[in-house]
Design a protein around this ligand. Structure first.
Ligand code: ADE
Length: 226
């Protein structure tokens, strides 16, 4: 998979992309992640990429010119056309299901903006879809892209070590994950459930499924309704 990120703040991604599973996935060539600075496509001497909204109102809006030029430049870097995604609170809400769909793409192009949002012609002209990571407003789309990439990359074949698997993750079956325990067997008087020590894999699987249902009922009943 190739992922392009168009941003005004490439430095924000250094630690996220340089650690843990995301780092390993890039080293193993499971994913290529390429950052491009939108400001490099500004055309005036101030390197301006945003301007006041027509019609008045607070804040600044991302100008279409630099974003378009940047996106067109990036698109040409690979023969794969790619799906263009704008990060905005107005987008479709990101879910595990959406992550699964995106993880099957060969190329994704994320465009992040600061300020009050994007000139509408960016979305229309680039045929971009919009994604939001939740009903709250971030200062920009960078953190949202990091959340989305982190979620997608762990679903790519071989991204996780042999001992890890995304199949039991919370939400993968519409349920929260069952409770997990590790050593010691007794911690501050709290014991690991006996069943997990029994070695009976069938019974353990049944217990875990039951626990997943109960936890979902208790902590996220809205998921069961969905
Ligand atoms: N940019 C600002 N807020 C956002 C959100 N909630 N999701 C995605 N991008 C955003």
């Amino acid at each position: 998979m190739r992922i392009d990120i168009l941003t005004l703040f490439p430095e924000m991604f250094e630690s996220t992309l340089g650690c843990s599973i995301l780092k390993r996935a890039q080293e193993k060539a499971i994913v290529d992640i390429i950052l491009t600075n939108i400001r490099d496509f500004a055309t005036d001497s101030y390197r301006k990429v945003d301007d006041k909204p027509y019609g008045g109102g607070p804040g600044m809006v991302m100008m279409p010119g630099p974003v378009f030029d940047c996106a067109e430049h990036v698109r040409k870097l690979s023969s794969e056309k790619g799906r263009v995604i704008l990060l905005t609170p107005q987008g479709q809400k990101f879910t595990q299901e959406k992550a699964g769909q995106l993880s099957k793409e060969k190329r994704l192009i994320f465009i992040t903006g600061k300020y009050e949002g994007f000139d509408e012609r960016i979305r229309i002209g680039l045929g971009a879809e919009q994604i939001s990571i939740g009903d709250y407003v971030l200062n920009g789309g960078e953190l949202a892209v990091m959340v989305i990439i982190d979620t997608i990359v762990r679903l790519l074949p071989d991204a996780l070590g042999d001992e890890d698997s995304p199949k039991d993750d919370s939400f993968s079956e519409g349920l929260l994950e069952y409770p997990q325990y590790t050593r010691p067997e007794v911690f501050r008087g709290m014991k690991v459930p006996e069943i997990l020590l029994s070695g009976d894999h069938k019974k353990i699987a049944q217990w875990r499924h039951q626990q997943a249902i109960e936890r979902t009922k208790k902590f996220r009943p809205d998921l069961l309704k969905e």
